[in-house]
Design a protein around this ligand. Structure first.
Ligand SMILES: NC(=O)c1ccc[n+]([C@@H]2O[C@H](COP(=O)([O-])OP(=O)(O)OC[C@H]3O[C@@H](n4cnc5c(N)ncnc54)[C@H](OP(=O)(O)O)[C@@H]3O)[C@@H](O)[C@H]2O)c1
Length: 368
């Protein structure tokens, strides 16, 4: 049994058992680190394919151009004109009017999936079945069941798969994790993180469309849940409360309390108001404040007794280069998963969100 669950009895998380079968499954898959035979080790440039030409795809693609050893080989949109305009803007080789055409392009090594959450599992699986390695935007799927299918496909096809949880690769987050693991603030007792912004009133927005996986928990609640999971592991108990959109029925505000053996995390995600987006980690011997916006920070403050030290760690471009470089590193080592953000990590994080959604009664049409 994973360390985080030991001693927590038969019913971790209160009455919610949903994740448990996936949790055990995750242990099994983590035990077998698989590599694929052929390697992109010798290729001078890793060739990316971009799937879905929306908001985040544009920002991410600009950051690929900031890395030394990659190029944009192809882009795909549901509309060929949109793909062509995106390709021209980002200097991509090919532009396709369907995602399937890009998956068949033998020149593409790895695809970046930047479509709404509901299509992540299906497109990731399709891409791997066509021999592509995959970086898929967060959340990797709607739920743990879909995540398990993605991971199974990665193992079977020996294709690299990673959820684009970019915060994990941020230099400040890496430094903070190291300090906490080294005991520099003592035993962590409390984490407080939020992610909150006001969505435009537009009812067509992907962010509040239930049929696209909209709502606070999956879109942004994943970040505070990630921070708590990264620092304290899988919670022993999760309590969640939501307020819902009166028309679309997705969650507009969700608060979560994670309870650990000797720590609490208070986590909030909201789509109706802004926040300072500073995260606080409080230990028995000190505190860490992750500067705004904490999910893509450029520094942090460490407080130990009377001493306060500020560390500045600027990111390149839009903040995605470290995540991109991690993909390149894994591909060049013929790995099917990253050690920093593994299949098991993704599966456990989405399992946590499953429990939160179960508590607030948020079910997507695809799950009915
Ligand atoms: N890592 C981050 O910082 C970050 C930030 C924002 C979003 N995200 C994640 O990235 C994903 C995309 O978010 P986004 O903000 O880029 O969304 P977006 O601007 O709406 O773009 C999504 C794209 O997906 C494609 N698409 C395919 N099926 C669609 C459908 N049924 N409805 C609408 N679009 C569809 C469209 O591209 P084509 O028309 O070209 O096919 C669309 O432009 C989400 O899963 C989100 O969680 C991550």
């Amino acid at each position: 049994m994973p360390a985080e669950l030991q001693g927590s009895g038969d019913k971790p998380g209160g009455d919610c058992h949903i994740w448990r079968q996936f949790y055990l499954y995750a242990d099994n898959i983590a035990a077998e680190k698989s590599c694929y035979e052929e390697s992109v080790m010798d290729l001078p440039k890793i060739k990316w394919g971009i799937v879905g030409c929306g908001n985040i795809a544009g920002k991410f693609t600009r950051d690929i151009a900031l890395t030394d050893d990659a190029e944009i080989s192809a882009v795909a949109s549901r509309a060929v004109k949109k793909a062509q305009a995106f390709a021209e803007k980002h200097n991509a080789g090919n532009a396709y009017g369907t995602y399937a055409e890009l998956f068949r392009d033998t020149d593409v090594d790895i695809v970046y999936i930047a479509t709404p959450h509901v299509s992540h599992a299906e497109l990731s699986i399709q891409a791997m079945e066509h021999g592509k390695h995959v970086l898929c935007e967060k959340p990797l799927s709607l739920n743990a069941k879909e995540a398990s299918a993605i991971i199974e496909t990665s193992r079977r096809t020996r294709r690299f798969f990673m959820e684009a949880l970019w915060t994990r690769f941020n230099p400040a987050i890496i430094a903070i994790k190291k300090r906490i693991d080294n005991g520099e603030i003592g035993e962590v007792k409390f984490i407080n993180a939020d992610f909150s912004f006001k969505v435009p009133g537009d009812l067509d927005s992907r962010v509040i469309a239930l049929e696209l996986g909209g709502g606070a928990i999956l879109d942004i609640g994943i970040y505070p849940a990630f921070l708590s999971y990264l620092i304290l592991g899988f919670p022993e108990e999760i309590v969640a409360k939501s307020l819902f959109h009166t028309l679309t029925k997705c969650d507009m505000q969700t608060s979560m309390i994670f309870t650990y053996e000797s720590a609490h995390a208070l986590l909030y995600s909201g789509l109706e108001s802004g926040s300072d987006m500073v995260a606080r980690i409080s230990g028995a011997e000190g505190q860490i404040y992750i500067h705004k916006t904490w999910h893509s920070p450029e520094g942090y403050t460490l407080v130990q007794g009377e001493t306060e030290q500020v560390f500045d760690l600027p990111v390149k471009g839009n903040g995605f280069t470290c995540e991109i470089e991690e993909c390149h590193k894994c591909l060049r080592a013929s790995r099917i998963e990253s050690a920093l953000w593994s299949h098991k990590n993704s599966l456990e994080l989405i399992s946590i969100l499953d429990v939160a959604r179960d508590q607030v009664g948020l079910v997507y049409p695809q799950e009915q």
